[in-house]
Design a binder for this molecule. Structure first.
Ligand SMILES: O=C(O)CCC(=O)C(=O)O
Ligand SMILES: [Fe+2]
Length: 328
């Protein structure tokens, strides 16, 4: 009798059990992940985004030289990042270099998903990763010494490696990205991790720019909220706790060429895309050279071994797919 009760109990679904590895691809991961977002704004109308500016597009050599140029950070900017866990920097890239990136990403998305993400929206969050392996120009954007140098300087570490790149196309009508911090996602045993989030078009509020709760240590307010792999309770609870505690949230537009950098303990979210264009972003994650993989990655890390083949839990995270991006 006791035995059969145990059997019964072991079959009860436990929404907080995330111990099993993710066994699908990373697109399936995003399709799942966005179901965890609370969307109570469904009735808002889709509006037309401004058309993309009609400007000269630089040639490949001009783009390469821009991606290689250093970016001077002030001590105040580094202090701001340390305190707040994110920073938004203008003029990281020229408008033409960003629009060239967008055209490349759109053609890649068309190829993989067989839809034009700006025209045939089906409210989806489309994702591609490891694009740097197959295209030399996109490799330059992902392994950009400029992004690597900013990342290393913000983290104040001597060298950074690439964890992965990620094309994140939030289509017209696609709902919120749930509140989270990336420490929950990345199976890296370090807090020296930063993501450069590069929007590939001007990104007004209506398009759902990445938004950050600050200062960095607001994650302590929500550390005890247990994550659940189904439903929107986790996301709603974070919203409630932040609102009760009057936590500041930076939700501001991105101009063309502006890039945000966020730390793996920074809590962030993004609103629904209420425009008619896809919100296309290249998000590259970099971490301190020498860091290890955690001992027990979870399903929330997705198919992380795609990003570091033959690296096992506990190992130093330094596969050939994790090149040092700074110094070069
Ligand atoms: O683009 C989004 O909406 C989410 C991206 C994100 O969470 C990240 O890059 O860490
Ligand atoms: Fe994130």
């Amino acid at each position: 009798m006791i035995k059969s009760n145990n059997n019964l109990n072991s079959k009860i679904f436990d929404a907080s059990d995330i111990s099993k590895p993710w066994d699908k691809d990373n697109q399936a991961w995003w399709d799942w992940y966005v179901t965890l977002a609370d969307n109570n704004d469904k009735k808002q109308k889709i509006i037309n985004a401004n058309p993309l500016p009609n400007i000269a597009i630089p040639n490949d050599d001009e783009v390469l030289s821009e991606l290689n140029e250093p970016y001077d950070l002030t001590n105040d900017q580094i202090k701001f990042f340390k305190k707040n866990g994110f920073i938004k920097l203008k003029k990281v890239f020229s408008p033409g270099t960003v629009l060239k990136l967008r055209a490349k990403l759109i053609s890649l998305l068309k190829y993989h998903f067989k839809v034009d993400p700006d025209k045939e929206a089906n409210d989806r969050f489309l994702s591609l990763e490891m694009i740097w392996l197959n295209n030399s120009l996109l490799r330059a954007y992902v392994l950009s010494p400029r992004l690597g140098q900013i990342s290393a300087n913000l983290l104040e570490v001597p060298a950074v490696r690439l964890y992965h790149d990620n094309v994140l196309a939030k289509q017209s009508g696609c709902g919120r990205t749930p509140w989270h911090f990336d420490d929950h996602h990345f199976p890296l045993d370090t807090n020296d991790v930063v993501t450069a989030w590069v929007p590939a078009q001007p990104t007004p509020i209506e398009m759902g720019p990445l938004s950050f709760a600050y200062p960095l240590d607001v994650h302590k307010l929500v550390n005890s909220v247990s994550f659940e792999k189904t439903g929107t309770r986790y996301d709603r609870e974070i919203t409630n706790i932040f609102s009760k505690n009057k936590v500041s949230i930076n939700e501001t537009p991105f101009e063309l060429g502006e890039v945000s950098f966020h730390h793996n303990l920074s809590f962030h979210t993004a609103s629904r895309n209420r425009t008619n264009l896809s919100r296309v972003v290249l998000a590259n994650t970099y971490y301190r050279d020498g860091a290890r993989v955690v001992n027990s990655p979870t399903m929330v890390s997705g198919d992380w071994q795609k990003f570091m083949p033959n690296v096992n839990p506990g190992d130093i995270a330094a596969s050939p797919l994790n090149p040092i991006c700074w110094p070069v």
